[in-house]
Design a protein around this ligand. Structure first.
Ligand code: NAP
Length: 311
């Protein structure tokens, strides 16, 4: 009979790797993947990515739900979420991957690599005089567990970095703005916008036609958070008119991006298939184990999410 059990659910992640790493950290934890093969009363922890509707109701004694990923937009809107602490994954591996994606995408524009890629396809030696990185204004929208380190990495690389979030932050080398009332001025002043906002009722469609038009003509946009934060038809129109010159998109309203989607045919869009950052169980399991230890001791878990706030 299980005493202190965890139920794991994901159609994307390898339960074997999670079982090995988590039980190495917590040898007394009963790790289960089959909800029918565990005493529901013994399940105190759920580690899950998009489980079927009603999943959480099967386990009356849950003490902690951990979202098997960083983005919790699919989790917080559920009607079967128990009234227990909710946490999400975050680990140094995930942070490094996201920072590397953001650095690559920004540098590709800052160093005109997108222009050279096209020139090479034409067989053309095209000289573009490089600009000093300190003259290039990059704005990071969302300064959370992934956004703040990405902004700091950009600043360390030499860019003129500004950041925007709900509450004011203090990040070395980054000019920080806070609140919706500062967003228009923030957008007017950046050449490369990096979106690392969670998808919530407030951020859905935040980058709409009006706000996209505030970006200086020829701006570049990088979205590595959730597709629906940007109004896709408005972005397509801006990319067609040149108001927004280029976009690097890792996330989309519909994923996988349908074959007939307009983005596929746009020469000024770089598409990556939602992999800017992923979780490596070896690193993340230590954080999940620490959260379980904390909950066992009556403390709150790491990386807690506020379901009412949406992130
Ligand atoms: N493409 C990928 O592979 C991938 C991988 C992992 C995550 N993601 C996405 O990336 C998102 C960001 O991750 P994270 O871990 O950095 O999230 P996080 O730690 O929850 O941080 C979210 C940031 O956004 C800000 N924010 C939220 N709502 C806002 C609003 N209405 N106005 C202004 N600022 C607002 C928050 O402000 P405060 O700090 O003031 O609260 C915070 O700075 C995730 O939600 C997920 O969707 C994508």
């Amino acid at each position: 009979m299980s005493r202190d059990a965890l139920i794991f659910y994901s159609e994307f992640d390898d339960p074997g790797a999670w079982k090995t790493t988590l039980t190495a950290e917590l040898p007394d934890l009963d790790f289960h993947t089959d909800p029918d093969a565990v005493d529901p009363a013994s399940v105190h922890y759920a580690l899950a990515w998009k489980p079927p509707s009603g999943f959480f109701r099967r386990f009356p004694n849950l003490k902690l739900v951990t979202n098997l990923g960083a983005g919790v937009d699919a989790l917080v809107g559920r009607d079967d979420l128990p009234d227990v602490p909710i946490s999400r994954l975050s680990d140094t591996g995930m942070v490094s991957l996201m920072s590397s994606y953001v650095l690559f995408s920004v540098i590709r524009y800052a160093r005109d690599i997108h222009i050279f890629e096209r020139a090479q396809r034409r067989g053309e030696w095209k000289y573009v005089h490089p600009r000093a990185l300190s003259d290039i204004r990059v704005g990071v929208l969302g300064l959370g567990e992934l956004g703040a380190p990405a902004a700091e990495a950009l600043a360390r690389t030499g860019f003129d970095v500004r950041g925007w979030s709900r509450s004011r932050k203090n990040i070395p080398g980054v000019s920080c703005y806070a609140g919706i009332e500062t967003l228009d001025a923030f957008l007017q002043d950046i050449e490369i916008a990096v979106i690392l906002l969670p998808l919530t009722p407030e951020t859905r469609g935040l980058l709409d036609a009006r706000r996209l038009s505030l970006l200086p003509t020829g701006a570049k946009l990088i979205n590595a958070s959730r597709g629906a934060v940007v109004d896709e038809p408005a972005l397509i129109a801006a990319l067609q008119s040149g108001a927004v010159a280029e976009a690097t998109l890792d996330v989309f309203v519909v994923e996988p991006l349908p074959n007939d989607h307009f983005f596929w045919r746009m020469d000024n869009v770089l598409i990556t298939p939602h992999l800017a950052s992923i979780t490596v169980p070896e690193a993340a399991a230590r954080e999940v184990a620490e959260s379980i230890r904390r909950v066992r001791s009556g403390l709150l878990p790491l990386h807690q999410v506020d379901p009412r706030r949406g992130y």
